[in-house]
Write a protein that binds this ligand. Structure first.
Ligand code: FAD
Length: 525
């Protein structure tokens, strides 16, 4: 009874605020539409902690039909209202927020650690051992996908570095990590999806069925529909990982080796690594290197002794080799050695550890817990993620790592190359126009602790300087997890893809109802 009253209240609020012409009792959902203060507050902020928009109401769906009913209502009502899916809210710039509509909370807390909402996830992951895939609810967190598939000895192939992100959220961007050179981004590892479009239609799509919607939604920034189910490709899960880090002081030796290693993507498994990333070390300290947890005091080599600090920049190549309980460890040692022999890192700078595959995949969560305990997680995050073409990565190093950043970075800086041929050009993502491009991720945390260089203002200004430097130097970067505020900037971002994006928007969300927090299309309500 109380739930019914809350639903009526939420709908009345929509009626009054956006002028819905509907009898509240006509709106059938099995989940919860609520204006509960806690729900509204949590849907108003994200990981970035830099923007705040209060929705009119929050929907906790209990099925795809709930999502469809809400979107039909928004589409068919006279004035319309916005509907934004929210996965785990780990965007930086308000991408899953909306102030003139309803946020659909697709993830229920999850991961065993978060606050569970009153509705449980609408569908549990369903694994096909024979066909090597798992069907998951769009709001499922990757950590929970992993836990479900491991029961069958299986795991997804392509990952993000952090697993407390939703399937729908990462598939709306790309989903990348050190496996992308080999398996492509997560969006290259999806067989099929159920999507609720901005017209309220529930459509199954795949490369063969409704292919236009399928490709539009992958990397589509939530613009074309809400993913309620995704079918993810699986492989037999490795059991253990040999995790190796080596250091470079010479940038071109570092990138040469990274590019060499990713060029082996078509080789047999025994002749390549399974994961290739890297990061820049400008200075030390927890906030700067929370992703580099195994440079611990137990390590035999102090990074500082290799030349970090005092304005010097070091580069760390991070690679892994997966193996199984029954693997011949001597053979693994030999495979690793053969690959390392070809590299030109600083000889005394190798760090190695062996750990369970799951612990490796969940490594950033360990760092998160450390930062949380020090009050350094719930802070503003002015992150900047760029895809940089291979031909200009050296100029980027000189201008940004050795120039604009000085020796204060306020967070890890990831840098690793990917092969464009592992990305499907038909998806909505845009990447640089070269066969190999780098992700450069400046994962910054703003701290108001008196140090001017760590403030949000300073770091945001530095981000602007980096983008300006790239523009003036004609380095044709593309933002990953892009953030723009005008349609002209979005048109520039999409370049030749803009007509495709525009016509698909007109087809699947002609009233501009979906994901207005991305600020690509301005709705009239
Ligand atoms: P949200 O922030 O909730 O939503 C993001 C966008 O997707 C919004 O526009 C939203 O409307 C839309 N959306 C959400 N769910 C759906 C759905 N079901 N259907 C359609 N649209 C939907 N990214 C990487 O690629 N690799 C990484 O290694 C990586 N590491 C990260 C580490 C941390 C600590 C953080 C905070 C982020 C990281 N990211 C990484 C970025 C992350 O992939 C994106 O921010 C992603 O959008 C977060 O997922 P989410 O579930 O929180 O999405």
């Amino acid at each position: 009874m109380a739930a019914k009253l809350l639903l009526l209240f939420a709908i009345c609020r929509l009626i009054i605020t956006v002028g819905l012409t509907l009898n509240p009792t006509d709106f059938a959902i099995d989940g919860q539409l609520t204006v509960d203060a806690h729900d509204i507050k949590s849907a108003s902020v994200d990981f970035g902690k830099m923007t705040r928009s209060e929705p009119l109401a929050v929907l906790h769906p209990s099925s795809a039909a709930d999502v469809a009913n809400l979107l039909k209502l928004a589409y068919e009502s006279v004035h319309g209202f916005a509907v934004s899916a929210r996965g785990h809210g780990h965007s930086i710039n308000g991408q899953s927020q909306t102030e003139n509509g309803v946020v659909v909370k697709m993830s229920g807390g999850g991961g065993g650690g978060g606050r569970r909402t009153r509705t449980t996830p609408p569908a549990v992951p369903l694994v096909s051992e024979k066909l090597l895939y798992v069907d998951v609810w769009g709001g499922e967190l990757w950590i929970d996908v992993l836990r479900s598939t491991l029961k069958y000895g299986l795991a997804p192939k392509s990952w993000t570095d952090y697993l407390y992100l939703s399937v729908g959220g990462t598939l709306s961007n790309a989903g990348i990590s050190g496996q992308a050179f080999n398996h492509g981004p997560q969006i290259s590892n999806v067989h099929e999806m159920d999507v609720v479009t901005g017209r309220g239609d529930v459509l199954t799509c795949s490369p063969d069925q409704n292919p236009e919607l399928f490709h539009a939604v992958l990397g589509g920034l939530g613009q074309f529909g809400i993913i309620t189910r995704a079918r993810i490709a699986l492989e037999p899960s490795p059991h253990m990982v040999r995790w190796i880090r080596v250091l470079y002081s010479n940038f071109s030796a570092f990138t040469h080796d990274q590019e060499y290693l990713i060029s082996l993507h078509d080789q047999p498994q025994s002749q390549k690594f399974d994961y290739i990333e890297g990061f820049v070390i400008v200075d030390e300290g927890l906030i700067n290197n929370w992703r580099s947890s195994f440079f611990s005091p137990n390590n035999p080599v102090k990074i500082a002794s290799l030349g970090a600090g005092a304005g010097n920049v070091l580069y760390c190549l991070e690679i892994t080799k997966n193996y199984y309980h029954g693997s011949n460890l001597e053979a693994i040692d030999q495979e690793v050695e053969a690959l390392l022999k070809k590299l030109n890192y600083i000889p005394a700078s190798m760090f190695t550890t062996d750990l369970p595959y799951v612990d490796f995949l969940d490594r950033v969560h360990t760092a998160e817990l450390k930062l949380r305990s020090k009050g350094l997680w719930e802070v503003p995050h002015p992150w900047l993620n760029l895809f940089v073409p291979k031909s200009r990565i050296g100029d980027f190093d000189k201008g940004v790592f050795k120039g604009i950043l000085g020796n204060k970075t306020s967070g890890p800086i990831l840098i690793y190359p990917m092969n464009k041929n592992k990305w499907d050009e038909r998806s909505s993502v845009v990447t640089p126009n070269e066969e190999v491009f780098y992700l450069v991720a400046l994962l910054r945390s703003a701290l108001e602790n008196g140090e001017e260089t760590l403030t949000l203002k300073h770091l945001s200004e530095e981000n602007r300087k980096i983008l300006k430097f790239c523009k003036e130097s004609k380095i044709e970067v593309k933002q990953y997890l892009p953030h723009y505020t005008t349609q002209q900037e979005w048109m520039d971002h999409y370049g030749d893809k803009w007509p495709q994006i525009y016509s698909q928007k007109m087809e699947f969300d002609p009233r501009y109802i979906l994901a207005t927090g991305q600020r690509i299309f301005e709705p009239s309500f």
